[in-house]
Design a protein around this ligand. Structure first.
Ligand SMILES: [Zn+2]
Length: 318
């Protein structure tokens, strides 16, 4: 069985923006610190992954050299929207199209590779988004997080933020609703009215229970006990194997670096954990995954799939 690994390259400014911190408008970035650390540890583990890049970062000239090293070191790039706004599902079709195209162009300019896959910021998606991806010949969408705890994730986020009432109102769909949990965990095809189809590769949550087990969750658990984290991951893997689910495993930069590297983000959960410890936990988790699955990037994973279950897109954009 295979497992695919991807990293959403959320930058420092996007965390500051959602948290409501001043100064994000000048796009402060940690990419020149984070990317070399991530690439080195991936080399050490001998795995190639998919990096979902934010268009705004790729459009800034000083980020381009370090972004290019991702492709030079053998990894692939995907589109993570231009502005990284987690309430993308409230966008008009025109605005969504603009987001996708602008990000795609900027990422191509920066890395020399044209993204053919998309993941919405904060797991946001809409029917219009899927249609735009199809029209632009994307191979798959990877925005779905099938879990019942989306409303909880949103409450936690708001509780930790300094956002105004109005800002919270505009973000009321952040992370989606309870019904996200009813979507399948295994890759499937979205079927549109015009008979066209688009592959969806959801971020895998624990089969049946639909509890997330991507690296950020493993890291929180490891802060209680590394033994417990291993137990949780091994249990998730057993559930995947029993149900024949090949996992899509998700990473974020803050899974690998702590406040010792980015003091500006010390408000974020888990930032008290030192970078060195985060790297250790990450390597432990990857070695457990590697023992159980062949680890590949998302395109290679997509190539290996079929046959698919087919589903009609059901969620309407506002
Ligand atoms: Zn993101």
């Amino acid at each position: 069985m295979m497992a695919c690994i991807s990293l959403d390259l959320d930058d420092q400014w996007s965390y500051m923006k959602v948290h409501g911190d001043a100064g994000w408008e000048s796009f402060p970035s940690y990419l020149d610190v984070v990317i070399p650390i991530v690439l080195d540890v991936l080399d050490e583990l001998d795995i190639k992954i998919t990096f979902f890049i934010v268009g705004q970062d790729a459009a800034i000239e000083k980020n381009q050299n370090v972004l290019r090293t991702i492709v030079e070191r053998g990894h692939e790039v995907g589109n993570h929207s231009f502005h990284h706004e987690s309430w993308l599902q409230s966008y008009s079709k025109e605005k969504i199209e603009e987001e996708i195209i602008n990000a795609e162009e900027a990422i191509f300019q920066a890395t020399g590779q044209r993204p053919k896959s998309f993941r919405g910021p904060g797991f946001s998606w809409s029917n219009d988004l899927l249609m735009v991806l199809k029209k632009r010949k994307y191979i798959f969408d990877a925005s779905l997080l099938p879990t019942y705890i989306s409303p909880l994730m949103r409450q936690y986020y708001f509780w930790k933020s300094t956002l105004s009432k109005e800002e919270k109102e505009s973000r009321k769909e952040l992370f989606g609703s309870f019904k996200e949990g009813f979507y399948p965990l295994k890759p499937f095809l979205w079927q549109f009215n015009n008979n066209q189809e688009l592959l969806e590769i959801p971020v895998t949550t624990m089969p049946i229970l639909k509890l997330p087990f991507h690296q950020s969750y493993l890291l929180y658990i490891s802060n209680i006990s590394v033994g417990l984290m291993k137990l949780y991951l091994n249990f998730a893997i057993s559930m995947c194997k029993i149900t024949g689910t090949q996992p899509s495993f998700l990473l974020h930069p803050l899974d690998l670096i702590g406040a010792d590297h980015v003091p500006e983000l010390s408000f974020f959960p888990g930032m008290n954990i030192k970078s060195e410890q985060k790297l250790k936990v990450f390597k432990t988790a990857m070695q457990i995954l590697k023992k159980n699955f062949e680890l590949v990037n998302m395109s290679q994973f997509a190539d290996s799939l079929s046959p698919y279950k087919k589903l009609q897109p059901q969620r309407n954009s506002a």
